[in-house]
Structures are given as structure tokens and as C-alpha cells.
Write a protein that binds this ligand. Structure first.
Ligand code: F0G
Length: 458
């Protein structure tokens, strides 16, 4: 008999989960103004809102935490992290920040100005927010295949080189601070970018003399997919593939809350000493002194270990196989999901599930609320609410995909939880014809509205 697959770790500490009733959930979601972000975590049974900062640290990380050095300047923990970043990602200069968007804020303060254009593959919402906040424009150059959930393509995060070259050709290089490549591409469904594509983008960046920046939140998951799907990489270690990826980047921003395997933290990595100097001033202003930048020493020590663990094949295999397990269960039940299954999450095609709900009543949000009511599971809308309004016309921007994301925290849940999620979603799917109306906005913020939006039943 073939020995089945099992997790590459065992559990040393547990946290209880609380079951709730449908009546309770109906009350709570109403009080939350139908915004899943407004729920208290105790009101949630399985929390798939995000895989960001929600993972479990290892025993090695917890012991590193205890050894943290909290010195304001020159802490040992800073040097541990510096060494880890240089060894794994290859950047000689780095600045710690409190999370990914803070890294964006610091780096973009040095590089992005009004009227600039930042081409890339579907920029994450905070990345886009930081670009648009500076009156610059993010141009999405992702390959067309990414916008059809049914198309099988091994690297749906790839950049369409023609689209990219058009932007590079039509704008003077002074107006393009960098090309932004998100690995894996969250907004297109946790989809990876191939080395071949990274290399081609880099070659274009040299041709037009603009730098390349990797938004690296899930860089290790990207490397795992390269190992599995790209010819010539099957026998390389994850760490070697990561090195191969980063030879094509001039700088990176990192949300360490994902593939850093910590609960808070971020950083900027760069090759250029002068850029490091420029960013240091902004880091001191916005984050903290250059050797801690918004992170406790202990968290930097835990992150140094996290980067090492997340770039190990066994960890990644366990992680991604769990996401795949959930995805395959849903496929078995006929629920339309993004193909292939992404690295950190399963994305449900809400437009195909709730076709009786009008688009303007937020299909993916409606599906998210239904799933919560069904079994206390919290996902997140990646659709019209997130896409926000056009900054100029103030009209709703309707994205190509209306998705409900079920993001899986790292090392936190078991496959029994995945079974519960799949069954709950099947129940919603089976009664989809009876769901004919969604929600209307009663209040929204002028930018990044989805976090705080308030809704009522349509
Ligand atoms: N870039 C990507 C690709 C992200 O997915 C995120 C965060 C960030 C940058 C910002 O990092 O949260 O540390 O400030 N994504 C989370 C998510 C919030 O749920 O996907 P942050």
C-alpha cells in the first residue's frame, strides 16, 4: 500500500475554537453591517479572512523570540535578520518595517511622484492605494489568461510582455519609478510567475532603463510552483530557486506576515546603497530607527528563522497541499473555483455561483455572508467592493473577476477543517438559486473602502 501524504510537523500547542448557532450569526453579521471585517474573532469558527499574520510559529521561532535583543540601535536581532535576508534573497541592504504596506509607504515615498506610471501584474490593493495616493497610476499588465477562472495555465501571475513594453515605450523612463512584479500574484488568485517571465521582464527593464521591484509577500510559494511546474527546476532546492528569482529584482517590498511566517513585520530589500540612504530618512520618520523600523527585536529574530523555514520544501509541500485539498474537494462538489488552485487560498467564482444576484449588489460579498451564516466561516471579498471607485469618475470599478477568497492560515488548521469548509460551501452552492438579492452600501470611505464599508440588505 502506498503511504499517504501527511503534514511535515506535529502540534505542540492548541487554541480552542467555539461553535455558534445560525441565529447568533444572523444577529452578529447584521450588527457588523454585513462587513465580515467587523466581526469579532470569537464570532468566527474557521477564519479564512486572510493568511496574513494568522499562521503558527514553530518551536524554533518561539525560542528565537525569547532571545530577541530589544536594543534601540544595532540590535543583534537586526543583524540576524539582515544576514537571513542577504543569504536567502541576496539583498545587501534592507530596512525593517512594521508590515508590507509600511514598506510600500517608505519605498514609494522615495520613488513615486504625481503623474508616474507603475506597470505590473495586478497590484495588491495597498500597493495600488500607495501609488494612487501619490497621484500616480498602476497599470495592470497581467496575461489575459489570468482573468478567466477556467483556463488552466501554470503561471497565471505572469506579465504580458507586450502590454508591459507598450507602457515602457509610451512613457519617459523618468515617469516609471519601477516595474512591480507580485510573486505570487494575490489579486489574480495566488498565481505564480515563472522564472522565464521574471527574466523577460528584467530584460525589458534593462532595455528601458527602469528598475524592477518584487512585491514578495508569498515569494516562497512562488518558488514552490516553479519547482513543480517549470522545466529545469524540478531538481533544484527552493532556496536555489529563490536565489534564481531574485537575480531579476533590483529591490523588494515584503509583508513578512505571509511567507515570513511571523504575525507582524515587513521589510524593504535593495541592491542600491543610495536608495537605502534615501529610504532610511522616510523609515525613521514613518516607522522607527533603521535597525528596528517598527519591529520588536524579538520579532526580527523570529522572522530571521521564519524566512529559513518557509523556503524549505517540506514546509511548502504541506502548506500548498492543504490549499489544494480544499480546492479539490470544492471541485468535486461542483463549486466553480479559480484554476489552477492558488498558493495561499482558494478563490470561488462568485459570479458563477450567485448569477441571480445583480453585480451591483456585490455577488462575492453576498457569497461571503452566506458562507458565514452557514457555518461561521469567514472569507473575504475580492471583487467590486475591493476594486473600489475610479479615483477620477468616482464610478464603481467592476473587476473582471468577482471572487470570494478563502485564505488558509499557515500551519493553523487541519484537513478536518477543510472538510467543514467544503461541506458548508456545498450547502450554499446547492441553494444558490434561492439567493436572488445582495447588498447596498450605506457608508463607505473615500479610499480602500472594503475594510470599513457598511451595507444593508438590498
Ligand atoms: N502585497 C501583497 C501581495 C499582499 O498580499 C499584501 C497583504 C501586502 C502587499 C501588504 O502587506 O498586509 O503586511 O501590509 N495582503 C493581505 C491579504 C492583507 O489578506 O492578502 P501588509
Amino acid at each position: 500500500m502506498e503511504i499517504p501524504f501527511s503534514e511535515s510537523y506535529k502540534i505542540k500547542m492548541v487554541e480552542p475554537l467555539r461553535k455558534t448557532t445560525r441565529e447568533q450569526r444572523e444577529q452578529w453579521i447584521k450588527e457588523a453591517k454585513y462587513n465580515l471585517f467587523n466581526l469579532r474573532s470569537e464570532q468566527v469558527f474557521i477564519d479564512l479572512l486572510t493568511d496574513s499574520g494568522t499562521g503558527a510559529m514553530s518551536d524554533r521561532q518561539w525560542s528565537a523570540l525569547m532571545m530577541g535583543d530589544e536594543s534601540y540601535a544595532g540590535a543583534r536581532s537586526y543583524y540576524e535578520l539582515k544576514e537571513s535576508i542577504e543569504k536567502i534573497l541576496g539583498f545587501p541592504y534592507f530596512l525593517p518595517t512594521h508590515q508590507g504596506r509600511a514598506a510600500e509607504n517608505v519605498l514609494f515615498s522615495a520613488l513615486v511622484k504625481a503623474g508616474d506610471v507603475v506597470p505590473g501584474n495586478s497590484h495588491f490593493d495597498t500597493t495600488k492605494g500607495h501609488i494612487e495616493f501619490r497621484k500616480a497610476k498602476a497599470v495592470d499588465c497581467t496575461i489575459d489568461e489570468a482573468f478567466d477562472t477556467e483556463v488552466e495555465h501554470p503561471f497565471k501571475g505572469n506579465i504580458n510582455l507586450n502590454k508591459l513594453e507598450k507602457v515602457l515605450k509610451e512613457n519617459p523612463k523618468e515617469k516609471i519609478p519601477f516595474i512591480c512584479v507580485t510573486v505570487t500574484c494575490n489579486s489574480s488568485g495566488g498565481q505564480p510567475v515563472s522564472i522565464e517571465n521574471l527574466k523577460a521582464v528584467y530584460e525589458l527593464s534593462r532595455k528601458y532603463d527602469v528598475p524592477t521591484m518584487f512585491d514578495s509577500a508569498r515569494f516562497a510559494e512562488n518558488a514552490y510552483f516553479i519547482k513543480l511546474r517549470e522545466k529545469g527546476y524540478e531538481n533544484k532546492s527552493i532556496k536555489a530557486i529563490v536565489k534564481d528569482m531574485y537575480q531579476y529584482a533590483d529591490m523588494m517590498t515584503m509583508s513578512s506576515k505571509k511567507d515570513g511566517l511571523v504575525n507582524i513585520g515587513g521589510f524593504i530589500g535593495m541592491n542600491d546603497k543610495e536608495l537605502h540612504r534615501q529610504c532610511s530618512t522616510f523609515n525613521i520618520m514613518f516607522e522607527g530607527y533603521v535597525t528596528y523600523g517598527g519591529m520588536a527585536g524579538r520579532d526580527m529574530s523570529a522572522l530571521a528563522v521564519g524566512l529559513d523555514e518557509s523556503t524549505e520544501f517540506d514546509y511548502l509541500e504541506t502548506r500548498i497541499k492543504q490549499v489544494e485539498y480544499l480546492g479539490n474537494k470544492l471541485i468535486e462538489y461542483g463549486v466553480p473555483v479559480q484554476h489552477p488552485i492558488g498558493g495561499h487560498a482558494v478563490f470561488i467564482d462568485a459570479n458563477k455561483v450567485l448569477c441571480n444576484v445583480p453585480k451591483k449588489e456585490y455577488q462575492a460579498q453576498t457569497l461571503g455572508i452566506e458562507l458565514y451564516l452557514e457555518a461561521g466561516i469567514r472569507g473575504v471579498e475580492i471583487g467590486t467592493l475591493l476594486a473600489d471607485r475610479d479615483p477620477e469618475t468616482r464610478e464603481n470599478r467592476y473587476p473582471d473577476l468577482e471572487l470570494l477568497r478563502l485564505a488558509i492560515p499557515r500551519r493553523a488548521y487541519t484537513n478536518n477543517h477543510m472538510d467543514v469548509i467544503a461541506a458548508a460551501l456545498k450547502n450554499v452552492f446547492d441553494r444558490r438559486d434561492k439567493i436572488t438579492s445582495g447588498y447596498n452600501i450605506t457608508w463607505e470611505a473615500p479610499i480602500m473602502r472594503h475594510f470599513t464599508v457598511e451595507l444593508e440588505k438590498a
